[in-house]
Design a protein around this ligand. Structure first.
Ligand SMILES: NC(=O)C1=CN([C@@H]2O[C@H](COP(=O)(O)OP(=O)(O)OC[C@H]3O[C@@H](n4cnc5c(N)ncnc54)[C@H](O)[C@@H]3O)[C@@H](O)[C@H]2O)C=CC1
Ligand SMILES: O=C(O)CCC(=O)C(=O)O
Ligand SMILES: [Mg+2]
Length: 377
């Protein structure tokens, strides 16, 4: 039996399906295009914000839309073709955020960020901070049918998503001297630690490992580690084991004995690096799904967050990570049956190997893979 049937990708508390009315009580009220669309929409469907993103984003979003439509998923998309190639104060960014605030749930691809261009903050990071979607999860698992050096990898990388090395606070005191600030706060560390332990409990996992560099960053990562240790004491009664590992060693351990890890919790940048190592272990950025949760909003996106600009528009990208991220979204929306149907179709397609994309060792295009998933529904 396929693993997906035994354990859903992620167990969260499903939120209730939106059934609110968009009818305006004030005819003169100015409404945005998104709100206008919302007013004429099918009320039996849940409205979800869709941000395809740059690079391979459009192709992957089309794949999800086609599969959802074929599986009769009661979701209506409010799509925003936002791009990281335009400036942050762009009107579309504001409209996209407003849509996410209305709908509370989004599915997103990755937005491009130029390297070393002052004044251009990452849209991805801004969005996570703005919505305070503080807990990133990337699920790293072998997929039957995808070649890997290791078997039995099944780990969750839980990453603080709103501060740490991604605080964006840098300045040049005098030419040639730059200070980049890494921010660690007890409050934000405590909530990510609790998220990791609650995630372990809900998903029947046994161990949480805190990843840090407290031997060098004694104050910053020291606070992160000590806060995780305090939270761990509360959960030890529930039988969740806790340990910690320095990030350098964790990188080496991941590529030599990845099976020892279960749930890993860490500051922002280590999460980016280890989720990339994790993706490399099980087949690449096209495989691993991810999510960003906060108290009010949830945005689902591939767990390894690659733009794929080099292959964008070539119809060769692997839509698996995006499809499995959408499966996580469906569980969050309480649509578990649709989630199972799509998850099983993706796993069956990959395992058969007949329609796999190049990164999975096959020869098929994104659209051929998508058609095979639809046939397997
Ligand atoms: N450059 C940027 O704008 C951004 C970068 N990042 C971060 O920087 C890291 C590196 O980013 P980049 O150098 O832009 O990597 P990239 O987007 O160039 O991806 C690396 C490789 O993975 C392949 N790939 C990506 N998605 C794929 C898919 N769905 N199917 C098949 N192959 C796929 C690409 O073709 C490429 O060969 C990422 O891990 C990410 O965390 C995150 C967001 C934006
Ligand atoms: O948003 C970006 O451009 C880079 C962020 C990143 O590395 C990540 O989200 O993993
Ligand atoms: Mg990254």
């Amino acid at each position: 039996m396929l693993r997906t049937l035994a354990r859903p990708l992620i167990a969260t508390t499903p939120r209730s399906i939106i059934t609110r009315s968009f009818a305006s009580t004030n005819a003169t009220l100015a409404v945005s295009p998104g709100e206008q669309a919302a007013q004429v929409r099918d009320q039996t469907k849940t409205l979800v914000t869709l941000i395809p993103g740059d690079g391979v984003g459009k192709e992957l979003a089309e794949s999800v839309k086609a599969v959802f439509s074929a599986a009769n998923v009661p979701v209506e998309w409010e799509q925003f073709d936002l791009s990281g190639h335009v400036d942050l104060n762009d009107k579309l960014m504001k409209e996209t955020l407003a849509s996410l605030r209305r709908n509370k749930v989004g599915l997103k691809g990755i937005l491009y960020t130029p390297v070393s261009r002052l004044g251009h903050a990452s849209f991805n990071v801004s969005m996570r901070k703005d919505l305070d979607i503080y807990a990133s999860t990337s699920l790293v698992r072998n997929m039957p049918g995808v070649p890997s050096r290791f078997k039995n990898i099944d780990l969750a990388i839980i990453r603080e998503n709103t501060e740490g090395e991604y605080s964006g606070l840098e300045h040049q005191s005098i030419p040639g001297i730059v200070e980049s600030l890494k921010i660690v706060t007890r409050t934000k560390t405590e909530r990510i630690a609790r998220f990791a332990f609650d995630f372990a409990l809900k998903n029947n996992r046994k161990k949480v490992t805190c990843i840090h560099k407290a031997n060098i960053m004694k104050l910053g990562d020291g606070l992160f580690l000590n806060t995780c240790r305090e939270v761990a004491k509360e959960y030890s009664l529930n039988g969740i084991e806790f340990n910690d590992m320095i990030v350098d060693n964790a990188s080496m351990q991941l590529v030599s004995r990845p099976q020892q890890f279960d749930v890993m919790v860490m500051p922002n940048l280590y999460g980016s690096i280890l989720s990339n190592i994790g993706a490399g272990l099980v087949g690449g950025p096209g495989i691993i799904p991810g999510s960003n949760f906060g108290r009010e909003y949830a945005v689902f996106e591939p767990g390894c967050r690659h733009v794929g600009a080099d292959i964008g528009g070539s119809n060769i990208a692997n839509p698996t990570a995006m499809l499995l991220s959408s499966v996580m979204m469906l569980r969050h929306l309480g649509l578990a049956e649709h989630a199972n149907t799509i998850s099983n179709a993706v796993y069956t397609t990959v395992q058969s190997g007949h329609s796999n994309t190049r990164d999975m060792g096959g020869k098929s295009s994104t659209t051929e893979f998508t058609k095979a998933v639809i046939a397997a529904l």
